[in-house]
Design a protein around this ligand. Structure first.
Ligand SMILES: [Zn+2]
Ligand SMILES: [Zn+2]
Length: 336
């Protein structure tokens, strides 16, 4: 939906917000295209489809809730999340944070007449690798290195192309990795151990995607995803008096994540959904290492008693929760 609205507005030279307000009314001021991408109601879709002359049934399939009926705020990657001072509730800003796969974008344009489009799955918090190509998604422009979680569109020849909103460079220019030099990227491409690491991560990510596609309201598999998300939040949450997050204490050359990125989420209890892509990938990697005892394979220091180490990195209350969530995952795997 995001791509459709952005492509339409780029063609006519108006803003996406302006187009949505023209079709739906002036009250649509806060991140309207993101709201329509997450969960549009039927009446709104009918009005929009009348205005844009696109069948409503087609537009419905472009929303996260249609493709992933079990998805909730916890599983969606947001640009930022704020805490309400009165209620202490954490409120996402409504703007989706998209990563992108440069290979998918190159293939979009390879046909000659096709446009770039953002895949819905790229805005799921637990998706950090392309489900098709299995390589890490990017969120940094390869030219100016700014984060481009909400890219723009521009007309390149006859094709609508996703570009960096700051320096206007097409996002499919270089299939590299965020935070990695060109030379290191070549080494990474030839590294068979890293290839296996991406495969393991992708297996977990596809598991989460397959559960989010289910329509049933409760299942044991869905409970496991809830436990995984709770663990990821604890790994990415900084607590007083320690301003570092548990995941910042572990280093791997395969998972470069800068400490300064973490400060944007350090006041949150449910921080995973608002983290940068590289941070979410590292948190997922650490969780898999804990579940499968595979720290060395992922390039982290081999850990003989990993839970002991995490006990030292967390407050007593958080560590108790941490242990509880692992035991719950084990409980869901019991034969019943
Ligand atoms: Zn791809
Ligand atoms: Zn740029």
């Amino acid at each position: 939906m995001q791509s459709l609205l952005m492509r339409t507005t780029a063609l006519f030279g108006v803003s996406t917000d302006g187009l949505v307000q023209h079709c739906l009314g002036p009250e649509w001021t806060e991140a309207p295209s993101d709201l329509l991408t997450i969960k549009p109601d039927n009446a709104t879709l009918d009005r929009l489809s009348n205005c844009l002359r696109i069948p409503a049934r087609h537009m419905k399939t472009l929303s996260l809730h249609d493709r992933f009926p079990s998805i909730d705020d916890q599983c969606i990657a947001y640009d930022s999340v704020a805490v309400d001072l009165d209620t202490h509730k954490e409120i996402p800003n409504g703007r989706l944070r998209f990563g992108w796969c440069p290979l998918c974008l190159i293939e979009d344009r390879a046909g000659g007449a096709d446009h770039h489009y953002l895949r819905l799955v790229w805005s799921i918090a637990t998706t950090t690798l392309c489900p098709v190509h299995g390589r890490p998604l990017m969120e940094q422009c390869h030219n100016c290195y700014r984060f481009a979680g909400t890219p723009d569109y521009a007309l390149y020849g006859k094709q609508m192309t996703l570009i960096c909103p700051v320096c206007f460079t097409p996002l499919d220019g270089r299939p590299g990795y965020d935070d990695v030099s060109d030379r290191q990227a070549t080494e990474w491409n030839d590294d068979s151990q890293l290839g296996r690491v991406w495969q393991t991560l992708r297996r977990y990510e596809q598991y989460c995607q397959s559960i989010l596609k289910l329509r049933s309201t409760r299942s044991k598999k869905k409970d496991i995803v809830v436990e995984i998300l709770a663990l990821l939040n604890l790994l990415t949450c900084a607590e007083e008096p320690n301003h570092l997050r548990p995941m910042d204490m572990l280093e791997s050359a395969y998972f470069p994540a800068h400490l300064k990125l973490g400060y944007r989420t350090h006041h949150l209890k449910r921080s995973f959904r608002a983290c940068h892509l590289v941070e979410r990938r590292k948190a997922l990697a650490i969780l898999i290492c804990l579940l499968e005892n595979s720290f060395a394979a992922f390039g982290f220091e081999p850990c003989r008693r990993p839970m002991q180490e995490f006990r030292q990195l967390m407050s007593g209350a958080s560590y108790d929760q941490f242990e509880r969530h692992f035991l719950n995952i084990a409980r869901f795997a019991l034969p019943m």
